[in-house]
Design a protein around this ligand. Structure first.
Ligand code: HEC
Length: 153
């Protein structure tokens, strides 16, 4: 009888915990970050580094006139750019993104991902990259995005 009660109690706890799990709300922000990390590791890490550290001597031009891939961590300057720029750079690639800004004497090594990744996937990648910044960079970057949105009307 004792054994049976103990067994019944374990089953009851098991059912109760399953029941409460089914009521746990998914966290959409966290989910986007998790999806984004998988995409980042596959599509961006080869150049920007598995820890977002960028390539070595990323400030020094390569022999072929391109620049090495910069870090996307807080060590880099990625967080100084507004969302529009970051997303466009990812979608159309460096050559076209710079041309869009009126800069044509620039040789980019950054490929375009607009044909490879959906808008949602690109958005997830940025959710992941931003999750590696501290509140300070996140706030500064959000402010820049808001200011640019105002300027763009
Ligand atoms: C083949 C290498 C390569 C891959 C893969 C790559 N990049 Fe880049 N990326 C570069 C290089 C090189 C630069 C430096 C600027 C340039 O050449 O246009 C750069 C620059 C950037 C910039 C602008 C600079 C900055 O940090 O503000 C962004 C944004 C960016 N990459 C995002 C991404 C994202 C997101 C991915 C993955 C979806 C990715 N890159 C994958 C090579 C790469």
């Amino acid at each position: 009888m004792k054994v049976f009660l103990a067994f019944a109690a374990i089953i009851a706890i098991g059912i109760a915990s399953l029941y409460s799990l089914s009521f746990m709300k998914p966290d959409p922000v966290l989910e986007a970050q998790v999806r984004g990390q998988i995409i980042y590791d596959k599509s961006c890490a080869a150049c920007h580094g598995i820890n977002l550290e960028g390539q070595e001597n990323w400030r020094i031009q390569n022999a072929d006139g391109t620049m090495p891939a910069p870090p996307h961590s807080v060590e880099g300057h990625t967080w100084h750019h507004d969302d529009g720029m970051l997303i466009n750079y990812t979608k159309v690639g460096g050559q076209q993104a710079m041309a869009d800004l009126g800069i044509t004497d620039f040789k980019s090594g950054m490929p375009a991902f607009g044909e490879v990744l959906t808008d949602d996937q690109i958005s997830d990648v940025w959710a992941y990259i931003k999750s590696t910044w501290t509140d300070r960079e996140r706030a500064a970057q959000a402010e820049r995005t808001a200011a640019q949105a105002l300027a763009d009307g």
